[in-house]
Write a protein that binds this ligand. Structure first.
Ligand SMILES: Cc1cc2nc3c(=O)[nH]c(=O)nc-3n(C[C@H](O)[C@H](O)[C@H](O)COP(=O)(O)O)c2cc1C
Length: 169
């Protein structure tokens, strides 16, 4: 069992722009008795409804999308640089076609219904609070946003309470 310690969200010292945008996250949710994971580099963390939250954006064609819809919990896991190849793999292969977790050699750990990986250096355990699909009518700057949705595949935004932060001790 990995040596994670639980810290409060306020104790996080990572820069969120680096963490999400540059290091990337794995979004992991239960898939039956097991789990599936995909890479994400869009999203954020902050405060909403007086709670620490994560904002996660998933396109409808992802295998992960159906899992996110079914489950109340998911995790965002962050890794050190030595896992870059695995994160690239999990961002280009689908759980529909391949057992990414086995291929990457990740060791799933379950915190109740929230799966994460022993190999992570930081894990945010997320509980869904609110979800909404982005839409064309709400776009304010079409030149910035519309090109992202040529296939009409608008992300669904999940605002989730960060119920636990686990950090390698
Ligand atoms: C660096 C990187 C960041 C990504 N960020 C997102 C994201 O924020 N949201 C999303 O829906 N897909 C994102 N993707 C694409 C998914 O990770 C990719 O389509 C993956 O194969 C989906 O796996 P799944 O079908 O098992 O869910 C990203 C891919 C990469 C390589």
């Amino acid at each position: 069992m990995a040596d994670f310690i639980e810290i409060r969200p306020n104790e996080l010292t990572d820069n969120p722009f680096e963490l999400i945008g540059k290091d990337w996250a794995l979004v992991t949710a239960k898939n039956g008795e097991g789990c599936n994971t995909m890479t994400a580099s869009w999203g954020g963390v902050g405060i909403m409804w007086n709670k620490p939250v994560a904002f996660t954006f998933i396109r409808p064609q992802r295998f992960t999308f159906g899992l996110m819809e079914n489950e109340n919990y998911y995790t965002l896991s962050f890794f050190d640089d030595s896992y870059r190849r695995q994160l690239q793999f999990c961002g280009t292969k689908s759980g529909r076609d391949v057992d990414k977790i086995a291929e990457c050699g990740f060791t799933p750990v379950y915190d109740g219904d929230a799966p994460y990986f022993e190999e992570a250096r930081l894990v945010l355990v997320c509980r869904k609070l609110y979800a909404q699909t982005l839409n064309k009518e709400s776009i304010i700057s079409e030149k910035d946003v519309l090109p992202q949705y040529a296939a009409n595949d608008y992300h669904k935004m999940y605002i989730s309470e960060i119920v636990k932060v686990l950090k390698k001790g």
